[in-house]
Write a protein that binds this ligand. Structure first.
Ligand SMILES: [Zn+2]
Length: 256
């Protein structure tokens, strides 16, 4: 077995406190304001994944003061999301670009290839939020999509469910935002019920998300992966979740 899950995280960063490893000093020597890199080095010494974060605020000059923040978040989230999604040698994007975009006033954000667009009106509205939680949450969600990088079709509830599971696991959404509405199924409520269901599964069967995500990425979607990893088919996991407040619409678990 060549594969090793354990990681040495080395982040080239603007914060000297996080730059811990001498062998990467070449990358730390000239941190640019707009572009920096996150590295994950596999312990078997054979694979070095590399992602460069680029921030582009040229379309929205008012957001220029946030470039450093966005760069730091991109680097930090890359490492954290990669751990959550599994790191089993899967190909990662060579760069992630975050660009502020003018226009389309009702739009929040979207992702295309390795580029995340954050839309002006929404971004400026949330600039003053405490801890910029909404901006951070949306960024975590969209970065997850880039890093899912599925090569075959995967159901929407899995794609969106994992993205909002990650956001919630990073403490960037409230529990009430990740909870099935009464009577709703995870396949129809992909932004609330699906992440609630996946959070329940991960809490009850730790490590499931990283394993299934890695399998979806390398061999495509197969619902049987849930059975292989947890020992229980999806239907049974769903029935279990319905006995908890994650999936029962906020009602107390019925028990039994
Ligand atoms: Zn999404």
């Amino acid at each position: 077995m060549q594969k090793s899950i354990a990681l040495v995280l080395v982040i080239s960063t603007l914060s000297p406190g996080l730059a811990a490893c001498d062998q990467w000093s070449i990358f730390q020597s000239a941190p640019s304001f707009e572009e920096n890199s996150a590295f994950i080095k596999e312990t078997n010494q054979t694979t070095v994944s590399f992602t460069t974060c680029k921030i582009d605020t040229t379309e929205v000059p008012e957001a220029e003061s946030d470039r450093e923040l966005l760069l730091t978040l991109c680097q930090d989230y890359y490492a954290r999301i990669r751990q959550m999604l599994g790191s089993d040698g899967a190909e990662q994007p060579s760069s992630i670009q975050i660009r502020l975009k003018k226009g389309r006033t009702d739009q929040v954000a979207d992702v295309s290839g390795g580029t995340i667009s954050l839309y002006e009106n929404w971004f400026m509205k949330h600039q003053g939020d405490p801890d910029r939680r909404e901006i951070k949450g949306v960024l975590a969600h969209e970065m997850t999509h880039i890093m899912q990088a599925y090569k075959t079709e995967v159901p929407q509830w899995v794609v969106e469910g994992i993205a909002d599971y990650v956001r919630h696991a990073m403490g960037l959404s409230d529990k009430s935002a990740v909870q099935c509405e009464d009577g709703k199924h995870y396949e129809e409520s992909v932004y609330r019920c699906a992440p609630a269901f996946l959070t329940y599964v991960e809490e009850s069967y730790p490590g499931t998300i990283a394993q299934i995500n890695t399998q979806f990425r390398t061999t495509g979607y197969d619902a049987d992966f849930f059975t292989q990893v947890t020992g229980k088919p999806l239907d049974q996991l769903w029935q279990e979740c319905l006995g908890t407040t994650w999936c029962s619409g906020g009602r107390e678990a019925l028990g039994g």
